[in-house]
Design a protein around this ligand. Sequence first.
Ligand SMILES: Cc1cc2nc3c(=O)[nH]c(=O)nc-3n(C[C@H](O)[C@H](O)[C@H](O)COP(=O)(O)O)c2cc1C
Length: 454
Amino acid sequence: MTASWKIGMFQCAGLMGAWKLPDNTSTEFLDLNHWLTMARRCEEAGVDFLFFADDYGYPVVGDAIPANAIRGGVQFPKGDPTAILPALAAVTEKLGLVTTLSTMVEKPPMVARKMATLDHITNGRIGWNIVTGAGQNASARLFGIPLTDHDVRYEIAADHVDLSLKLWEGCWDDDGLVVDREAGVYADPDKVREIEHHGPHFSAKGVLTVPPGPQRTPVLFQAGASAPGRDLAAKYAEAVFLAAEVPALAAQIADIRRRAEQYGRDPGSIKCLMAGTFIVAETEEEARAIRERQTATKSLEDAAAAYAFFTGLDLSAMDADKPMDPIVASTQTGRTNVERFLGPNAPTVREILEEFQRNNVMGAPFIGNAQQVVDQAEEAIAATGADGFLVQPDHTGTFDSFLDLVMPELRVRGLVETDLPTMTLRERLLDTGTPHLAPEHPGASFRRDARTPA
Ligand SMILES: Cc1cc2nc3c(=O)[nH]c(=O)nc-3n(C[C@H](O)[C@H](O)[C@H](O)COP(=O)(O)O)c2cc1C
C-alpha cells in the first residue's frame, strides 16, 4: 500500500436502475454542462482523475437486444466520451481525464493519434484504458465481423499496444519539432522517423504525425480481470481497474503483481484501483434508506440483461436452482463475470441474478456516514493491497456525496494528498517524478535512445 490513496471517479452509461430515481442526473449525458459541472467539482475536491468507461456494445441475447434492456436503460443509451473530453480539458487544470478505447475497434494509428492529440490539449493529463471490450457479441454484430475468440482478443490487444507504443515512443525525438520560421524548418527530418512493426495481428510502416505531448504515451490503464486480462495488465498497465469481492480482489491484485515481476517490472509500480461503491450520507440511517431506494429500481430482468452485456450469457434461460453449467458458460464474450461465479462454492443462477441486481459487477458497497465508509474502505485496502478506489457515481448520478462527505474525511485521516500542484497525470498517479514511462516498461525500449545508445 502506498502512502496516499489514488482516487478516480467512474462514469459509465446505462448503469441499470439508478436513472429511474427522480433526483438522478445521468439522463443528461448528452448535455455538455452536465459534464463541465462534474469535472469542475472533481477538480475542486482534489480527486486524481475522472474516468469515462466506453464500448460499442449493449446487451444481446441470442441474436436480439432484449426489449427490457432498451426500456430499462441497461448499458444503453450512451455517447462517445472522446467527443466530450476536450471540453473538460478546457475547464480544468489538474484533473486527470481517462477514457477507454477498445483494441478490437480502433486500430493502433487511430488510438495513437487521438491520444497524442489529447495529451497535448490536456497538458499531459490523459489516460487510455486498454480493453478488449465488454459487450463483444453486440460489438462484433454492429461492425459486421465474427466474434473473435476471447483469448485471441487479448493476443490482438498485446500486439495493438506494442504498435501504439512504437508510434508514441519511437517516431519523434524530444526536439524534433522545430518551428523555425526564418530557417523554414517545421520539423527536423533527422529527428522524426518512421517505425516498422510486423506483429502477429498488425503491420505498419510509418510515422505518427502528432509530435510528442508532455507524457508521450498516455497513462496506460487496463480493465478486464480474466487470466489473459491480468497478463495484459502485468505487461503494460500502469494502473488497473478491478471490481470484485474483497478476497477475489486480493487474489487478482497478487496475481497481477506476480506476473508483472515475471515481465521484469516493479510489481508495486502498477496502481491497482478497486471499483468502490460508497453509499454515504450524514447518518447511517439515511445511507441505508438510499441503498433501499436504489435496489428497488432494479429488477431481476434488468440484472439478466446486464449479465448478458458482460458475458453474452442468458441466465434467464438456465435452471435458477443450479449453478451455471461450466460448459454452457464457456462464452467467448467477457470472462471476468463468468469465472467469478464458477468453482467449488458456485452460487445458483438465482443467486447470481440477485447479486447482479444488488451490486452489478461491483463488490459489496460501503454504507454509512463518512467515518463509517472510510473505516470500511480502510479495511478493504488493508485486505487487498489496493492503491485506491475508482468511485462509482452515487444515486444522483454525480459524485456529490463522495466529494462533500468522504473526501474531507480522507484528508483528515491523511489518506489522500492535498493541494497538489499542476502536473501530468503520470506524475500525479504513479509518484515516479517523471511524465514518461518507467525505463523498465516495454514501451521504453522503443525510444530512439534505447535502440542506438549515444
Ligand atoms: C471498473 C471497471 C471499468 C471497466 N471499464 C470498461 C470499459 O470502459 N470498457 C470495456 O469494454 N470494458 C470495461 N471493463 C472491463 C469489462 O468489465 C470486461 O471485463 C472486459 O472488457 C472483458 O474482458 P474479460 O474477458 O477479461 O473480462 C471495466 C471493468 C472494470 C472493473
